[in-house]
Design a protein. Structure first.
Length: 129
């Protein structure tokens, strides 16, 4: 029996997500002034997720690691908002918006779990008198 392939790590997953966001923003910027304006917001938040995850990997401390992941989570939530707004606005981008929204929700859950685990495993908490 062949072992299951390992799922992509969060760095790869958020990078791939950012690439997909860039593609969607290119499509949206051709739609209209509204599409262009919304694509700027989406671009900023959607590409920031992976950048913060990447920065967290080189965190100077556990607190820095948690802080960077917390920012990544906030950016993910903002991205979900912009994707919801795009879907509700009726800007046609095929199935991309719903697919990206679903991926963003999964990324948010993963990042949230990483933050919880990092806080739970904080050695400073076990050293309290």
């Amino acid at each position: 029996m062949e072992p299951k392939p390992r799922p992509p790590d969060i760095k790869d997953r958020t990078f791939d997500f950012a690439v997909r966001i860039v593609g969607l923003c290119q499509v949206l910027s051709d739609h209209s002034t509204v599409g262009r304006r919304l694509s700027y917001q989406l671009f900023d938040s959607g590409t920031s997720i992976g950048a913060n995850v990447e920065e967290a990997q080189a965190g100077q401390s556990r607190a820095d690691f948690i802080s960077k992941y917390s920012i990544a989570l906030k950016e993910t939530r903002e991205t979900i908002y912009w994707l919801r707004l795009l879907a509700a606005s009726g800007l046609d981008a095929g199935d991309q918006i719903q697919s990206l929204k679903k991926e963003a929700e999964e990324i948010a859950r993963i990042i949230g779990a990483i933050i919880i685990r990092a806080k739970k495993n904080d050695p400073r908490k076990s050293q309290r008198p």
